[in-house]
Ligand binder design. Structure first.
Ligand code: 5GP
Length: 223
């Protein structure tokens, strides 16, 4: 009975699942970060490494295999580490659109591959995985998408989270997921990431769960 209990407890634990590259994800989330938000967040939490650049556009954080409820599937068996050679054909696009804001780009890509990309390796080997991220990113210029709804970076203005979500919905016809931090200077929620969800083919949009994510009903889009 105790073995059964321990086993059931293990299944119920709400922690990211480890796996090998067997296909047990049902969706992907393409996470784009807003550099002004991410970098300010780093400063607020007193992170040791500060941003070395702040591109004036959303950039890619990662492409994450996950379950339908949004639970991440991470740290799968890595058959071999990512090297620069693996992604050579798309390296310029990666430097521009998937930069490491706080360190070396290759280190960030290697980290994202090991933690997330390796979990969909059977369907999307290294190069295809990074190409998929870049492809989906190119179809969703979030700064432009928000600007069309008159949502632009501002030092103090508060936007309704529902307006941010509906601006993205207009473009993808699906629910995105927001991520915010608390800016103690303004006692306000501030945007630093937007995730877009896809079916397991990595291409077909799907609704993300928990659209408002870690954001309050009103949020800043930091400048
Ligand atoms: P993840 O959020 O994918 O689980 O972890 C991201 C890791 O990459 C963190 O350890 C973070 O410190 C590191 N990292 C390096 N550069 C960046 C960056 O530009 N953005 C983000 N979000 N994380 C980065």
């Amino acid at each position: 009975m105790s073995m059964l209990f321990v086993f059931s407890l293990f299944l119920l634990l709400d922690v990211p699942k480890s796996c090998n590259a067997e296909k047990n994800y049902t969706s992907f989330m393409l996470v784009q970060q807003w550099p002004e938000g991410y970098c300010e967040y780093q400063e607020i939490v007193g992170a040791k490494r500060r941003c070395k650049s702040r591109p004036h556009k959303f950039t890619i954080h990662g492409l994450w295999p996950q379950e339908s409820n949004g639970q991440l599937i991470t740290n799968c068996t890595v058959t071999s580490n990512l090297t620069e050679k693996d992604i050579k054909p798309v390296e310029p696009q990666l430097h521009s659109n998937w930069p490491n804001l706080i360190g070396t780009d290759l280190n960030f890509w290697q980290f994202e591959w090991t933690k997330h990309g390796s979990c969909s390796e059977n369907e999307f080997p290294k190069l295809q995985y990074f190409q998929l991220g870049l492809h989906n990113y190119a179809q969703n210029n979030l700064m432009e998408i928000l600007e069309k709804a008159h949502i632009v970076p501002n030092k103090t203005h508060l936007y309704n989270a529902t307006d941010v979500l509906s601006a993205v919905h207009k473009h993808t016809q699906h629910d995105a997921q927001l991520a915010c931090y608390v800016d103690p200077n303004h006692n306000a929620s501030a945007l630093y990431q937007i995730g877009l969800c896809y079916a397991d083919d990595g291409k077909t949009y799907k609704n993300c769960p928990n659209s408002r994510g870690t954001c309050r009903k009103q949020l800043m889009y930091p400048k």
